[in-house]
Design a protein around this ligand. Structure first.
Ligand code: SF4
Ligand code: SF4
Length: 475
């Protein structure tokens, strides 16, 4: 046996032993409800303080006299001071104010003094210093404003209008800020994306092949004109968050994409707002349907993962439980590199998604050429027809739930990933697929259908307790 054969044989042996060990320990640990290995439910993880021994029959505030309600016009300081500053005139004084303010200030002359002091003494000084020192706080302000940005339901304007900032929040022009380097900016953008709540983030140079030839409705383009890829769509930042795990495992009925969709949507709008405040163009492309481009290949280009047999991007951290959004921009960035974590090899032998897909939409064969690229292609018509052949929430997502990569990030999942990613032989892929089929079996796919189509309204896993209607509602 030469050195190469020896290495291959020992690699195969350790991959096999590693996989079997994982299967054994994973099965044992999974029987313990405290282990959090991903196949038991786990409730209330965030709220850890036991309030029971501190409970009282009354709240700490006490009613000590006649009660009354607050007047928003005077008791909410932003409203009162706003009205006050708009209507105050030195020559008329308190008499020139609206009646409710006159009444208020007569009762509270000390507050009138404070409000006048703010307007006449403090504001002018702040404005003068603002010009001198504002640059120091540019990023803090951009971040804060981004956090406050609300996503409109639709963009409704073409990129040359909607993508560019009308004026920077700080500064007197809309000129882009001079960034020190693309490398530093990329680091900053990723940190901001995480601060905004994104679980994963990656950057790609935008390949125009991923932009739709004709636009989606309601995105500000003329619907019957080919979409010309705007020059300022140079980079694509991909952000993404997972769907809530326990309902996701209870697909096709109890899971929803809307939880992660809305989170990723808000993050994308906020990140676009942040970039615009630096003076650069930015356009969010967000789930459910507000995209001008195809997201999965961009997520692959951005190094978030590989596209699996089911057509969804599989990431090392979340498997395919990720709902991404994209921000196109001309902010100079350094793109990430695509990754190879062995998913193409794994999908060749696995096929679990195809076997569990109730509509037969996922191919069992090899990848094919689609618009010049080699990839798996699912039958979207069959998939979508199934969505109306079941009850519960819209969509299906069984392929997400059954994929062996879609497991909570715990020690077992991390160890299995380490074995499969580092196995040059592919042996662990077969072993892990076998263990997955053995320990995570799903119902017969026909059972997912509604009873009038021969099914049983089945779900891959039982719903979490908080979605069991029968336990809370009298029928
Ligand atoms: S969503 Fe459901 S029907 Fe569609 S491909 Fe996945 S498993 Fe099949
Ligand atoms: S279930 Fe298996 S075949 Fe399907 S995408 Fe996941 S790893 Fe690939």
């Amino acid at each position: 046996m030469d050195r190469r054969q020896f290495l291959k044989a020992t690699g195969a042996a350790s991959a096999t032993m590693g996989s079997i060990g994982l299967g054994f320990f994973g099965y044992e640990a999974g029987r313990d409800p405290e282990s959090y290995t991903g196949w038991e439910t786990h409730e209330g993880a965030q709220q850890t303080f036991n309030r029971k021994r501190y409970a009282r029959d009354y709240p700490h505030y006490k009613k000590v006299g006649p009660t009354s309600r607050a007047d928003a016009r005077t008791d909410v300081i932003f409203y009162r001071r706003g009205d006050f500053m708009r209507s105050w005139k030195d020559n008329t004084g308190i008499e020139g104010l609206p009646e409710h303010l006159q009444e208020y200030y007569r009762k509270h002359p000390d507050v009138l003094n404070q409000d006048l002091y703010l307007m006449k003494e403090i504001f002018p000084k702040q404005r003068a210093d603002y010009r001198k020192y504002r640059d120091k706080f540019i990023l803090a302000s951009a971040w804060s404003n981004a956090m406050g940005a609300v996503s409109p339901t639709r963009i409704n304007q073409p990129p040359e209008k909607s993508d560019f900032p009308s004026r920077r929040r700080f500064g007197d022009s809309s000129e882009p800020l001079k960034m020190k380097s693309a490398k530093k900016t990329s680091k900053l953008i990723k940190k901001i994306a995480h601060e905004l709540g994104s679980t994963l983030v990656g950057i790609a140079k935008l390949n125009p092949d991923w932009v739709y030839l004709y636009p989606m409705r309601g995105r500000g383009f003329e619907p019957d004109k080919p979409l010309e890829v705007p020059k300022h769509w140079q980079y694509a930042i991909v952000v993404g968050t997972p769907m809530s795990w326990d309902p996701m495992y209870a697909n096709p009925n109890y899971g929803t994409s809307n939880d992660a969709y809305s989170r990723s949507r808000i993050i994308a709008f906020r990140l676009a707002s942040f970039i615009k405040q630096l003076g650069y163009a930015a356009r969010p492309h967000t789930p459910g349907t507000d995209y001008d481009l195809m997201v999965p290949p961009i997520a692959v280009d951005a190094g978030l993962g590989e596209q699996g047999r089911h057509g969804i991007v599989i990431t090392p951290e979340l498997g395919c439980n990720i709902r991404p959004a994209v921000i196109t921009t001309n902010l100079p960035l350094i793109p990430d590199k695509p990754i190879d974590i062995g998913i193409q090899s794994f999908c060749k032998t696995c096929k679990i998604c195809a076997e569990n897909c109730p509509s037969g939409a996922i191919p069992t064969g090899d990848r094919i050429e689609v618009r010049g690229y080699f990839r798996y292609q699912i039958d979207t018509a069959k998939c979508h027809t199934f969505w109306s052949s079941k009850l519960g929430n819209m969509g299906c997502r069984i392929c997400v739930a059954v994929c062996p990569y879609t497991r909570k990030s715990n020690w077992l999942h991390k160890a299995a990933l380490k074995v499969s990613v580092n196995d040059p032989t592919g042996i662990s892929h077969s072993v892990l697929t076998g263990l997955q089929k053995r320990f995570y079996p799903g119902p017969d796919p026909q059972k997912y259908y509604i009873p009038s189509l021969g099914g049983e309204n089945a779900s891959y896993r039982p719903p979490p307790w908080w979605l069991r209607a029968e336990d809370f509602i009298e029928f």
